[in-house]
Ligand binder design. Structure first.
Ligand code: HEM
Length: 498
């Protein structure tokens, strides 16, 4: 029996070495202490005792024990978790860590196209192009621009939907989703998605399947071979169908836009992403990565990444207005002083309404909504913080240990929006917020998301009082539905006209 067991283990080790030749050299480096310190990792299995519901808690404890960079194996994959701000800054600003893990979604389903899940020669020109296009499509957000116009439509629709709830308890998520996706569509493919669009439910269904399978996504990002193993295989099929639906929606939207001549569509006005890309396709000197398929995948990705993350953060923000009524009242007093009640909120009010941005920033910190910004991959053998980091290492940022660090924040476990205000009440951003990532792959939609969240939150609080319905259980922000993002468990609110 021992001989057979020994033969089986030898066979498995030989198989792993054959399939993943980097495993053994990394294991040796790890055992010799060349790589960052970390917990014991069982051969082929990797580190045990990771809290599967709240891995960031385990990573925070490891950070306290081993330091700002902790290494271990997950299965045969070598992983470094960054837990303190110095280690995170050092790594995420380095071109050596520009890569993304070789995920089945990025590499197989998206065919290595798009921006967020790829790397290599196509990523720099595609990221630069998309970031510049979004910046110019958003512009000042003035109502004369496409984005300004749709943002107003989205705000109006949002307020009407709130008013229709007539003081009755309701789930706010679908309302937020509609508003965000409407505005986002104006900068991705203007005119293709309005709040009453019949395609809306189909798209939301695809997003829902995508994110309901997202715990699997987190694991697949690190151990892609899991896609062949039940129950991940079934979840992977769900993901595949959702990715297909999103791409099909983008294809249809692009085809609709093609019905309008490009010169008419862009004539002197702000250009959305699809039209800017169409124009680039006609440029003879374009980078070879500008292709039809790249356009489809990126348009689908921008709409999906942008809407899910922004919806989730705004959902947290609305929940916190109900949980912290004193802060809500202070925002409303400020709105009354700055905007009054006779006109709508506009982006030009933003500077004088610093408390609204401070409330959103504190929500982002306190909710831990993005526990691990998209992982990175070491593109080459490198040295970071004095340790060897082999090419192919997966890097995970642990937001929780930074957002709740006693060294970085005064009373980090208290919800206190004022920590983001100066003495005059101006909003002061803080560089230790990691929800949008950091460095060379920082989110390209950050400014849009913050603008949109400001507009929707300020507009709704100007008109309505948000509260928790009497007799219902008080939502506990520590209890979340976990996936790529942390989402509050479904909750209802009540809103009463002010
Ligand atoms: C509250 C809203 C949002 C959050 C919390 C968020 C968060 C993130 C994070 C954590 C990353 C990874 C950064 C890194 O690797 O360092 C990212 C990347 C990205 N985000 Fe966002 N995002 C939001 C909104 C948006 C919006 C509105 C868009 C599009 C309009 C967008 C498009 C992207 C893209 C394309 C990338 C990939 C960048 C790259 O890999 O080079 N995001 N986002």
């Amino acid at each position: 029996m021992w001989t057979e067991l020994f033969a089986l283990i030898s066979f498995l080790i030989a198989l792993v070495i054959f399939l993943q030749p980097t495993y053994l050299p990394r294991l040796i480096d790890f055992l010799l202490g060349q790589t960052p310190p970390g917990p014991f990792s069982w051969p082929l299995v990797g580190a045990r005792n990771i809290d599967s519901d709240k891995p960031w808690k385990t990573f925070t404890q490891w950070g306290e024990r081993y330091g700002g960079a902790v290494s271990f194996f997950l299965g045969t994959e070598f992983v470094v978790v960054l837990t303190d701000i110095k280690a995170i800054r050092a790594a995420l600003h380095s071109p050596s860590f520009d890569g993304r893990p070789l995920t089945p979604i990025g590499r197989t389903l998206n065919k290595n196209l798009g921006i967020g899940l790829t790397d290599g020669p196509a990523w720099p020109p595609q990221r630069k192009f998309a970031a510049a296009t979004l910046r110019s499509a958003i512009g000042s957000g003035h109502p004369s621009t496409a984005y300004g116009k749709y943002s107003q439509i989205a705000v109006q629709d949002f307020l009407e939907a709130f008013a229709k709830t007539a003081d009755q308890p309701f789930f706010v998520r679908p309302l937020i989703e509609r508003a965000i996706v409407t505005s986002l569509s104006s900068i991705v493919h203007e005119g293709q998605l309005t709040p009453d669009d019949p395609h809306f439910p189909r798209l939301m269904e695809a997003y829902q399947s995508f994110f309901s399978a997202s715990l699997t996504t987190n694991l697949l990002n690190i151990m892609p071979w899991l896609k062949y193993v039940p129950p991940h295989r079934e979840k992977y099929s769900l993901l595949k169908a959702a990715v297909y639906d999103m791409a099909q929606f983008a294809r249809d939207a692009i085809a609709e836009k093609r019905k309008v001549e490009l010169s008419e569509a862009v004539d002197g006005t702000a250009v959305d992403f699809v039209d800017a890309f169409r124009r680039e396709l006609e440029n003879a000197d374009r980078h070879p990565s500008f292709t039809e398929e790249q356009l489809t995948i990126t348009a689908a990705e921008l709409l999906m990444a942008g809407s899910e993350d922004s919806t989730n953060v705004l959902l947290w923000t609305v929940l916190f207005t109900a949980l912290y009524p004193d802060d809500q009242r202070r925002i409303q007093d400020l709105l009354d002083r700055v905007v009054g009640r006779n006109r709508g909120v506009s982006l030009t009010d933003r500077k004088a309404l610093g408390l609204v941005d401070a409330f959103i920033a504190e929500t982002i910190r306190f909710s831990n909504a993005v526990p691990h910004p998209l992982p990175r991959r070491a593109m080459e053998d490198t040295v970071c913080l004095g340790f060897k980091i082999p090419a192919g290492t997966v890097l995970i940022t642990n937001t929780y240990s930074v957002h709740f660090s006693e060294e970085l924040w005064d009373e980090p476990f208290m919800f206190r929006p004022e920590r983001f205000l100066d003495k005059e009440g101006n909003f002061c951003p803080n560089q230790n917020i990691l929800a949008f990532g950091m460095g060379r792959r920082i989110c390209i939609g950050e400014q849009f998301a913050k603008m949109e969240m400001f507009m929707l939150l300020a507009s709704v609080l100007q008109r309505f009082q948000i509260s928790l319905p009497e007799g219902m259980e008080r939502p506990d922000p520590a209890k979340t539905s976990d996936g790529i993002n942390l989402t509050p468990k479904p909750f209802q609110i009540r809103c009463s006209p002010r």
